[in-house]
Design a protein around this ligand. Sequence first.
Ligand code: 13P
Ligand code: ZN
Length: 268
Amino acid sequence: MSILINRPELEKKINEVAEVAGYLWQKGWAERNGGNITVNLTHEIDNEIRHLPPISGAISIGRTFPHLKGCYFYCKGANFRMRDLARRPMENGSIIRILDDCSSYVIVADQLVKPTSELASHLSMHNYLIGKGSSYKAALHTHPIDLIAMTHHPAFLKKDVLTHLLWSMIPETRAFCPRGLGIVPYALPGSFELADATIRELDEYDVVMWEKHGICAVGENVMEVFDMIDTLSKSAQIYLTAKSMGFEPEGMTLAQMEEMKKAFNLPK
Ligand code: 13P
Ligand code: ZN
């Protein structure tokens, strides 16, 4: 029996992950098992769940995350497909609990699905967020074609070049992605090197590009995170469409961008 039965709040959170997983597939950003989602569910977990026997033994993470003691996360399964998760989230992902040693976890429900191979990055991000008192609960990594293509051009990898270019394509991008876009140089997928470089960028950005691999973002909930990436991708599409029509897009002027910043009271 699923842990979601008779737990409408928990079910709502998982259904939101499933809805976003469907969008990632529809967008063409989630080939095969591409991408992963984790959500901090600790506040949705009742006493009964806390006392359920785990369905796995303790699994070492290889790192200590001091702020994650006793936290619960929904995680997409390693090698599982977003398009399957969209229909059956509890068969293509699982809920884990971080043990008191802060460096291992158990799987709690519903099935013995091993969490994503990017767990190091996801848990590093959640640990970082809790540590700085953030209310953000969701982390999402996906493979948007347009934005990844842009990371194959060294000029776009310089600090804030992509941020300003994408902001200038359409006013909404600056409004809905106000901290811009950080850049993480290429690192092996699933590695602690990638995780460490990602959280270094989170000091300044909510969204980071993983060079020649994908995008990774954090936010209040998974829908909000999806919307940020979708907006950035829209800007990338506008840039690419203009280029394919044979011209360099003009972009909003600095004065227009400054006006946006004041009108929306934006941080940067
Ligand atoms: P997982 O299937 O392990 O989540 O990996 C997908 C991915 O995109 C790795 O970067
Ligand atoms: Zn990936």
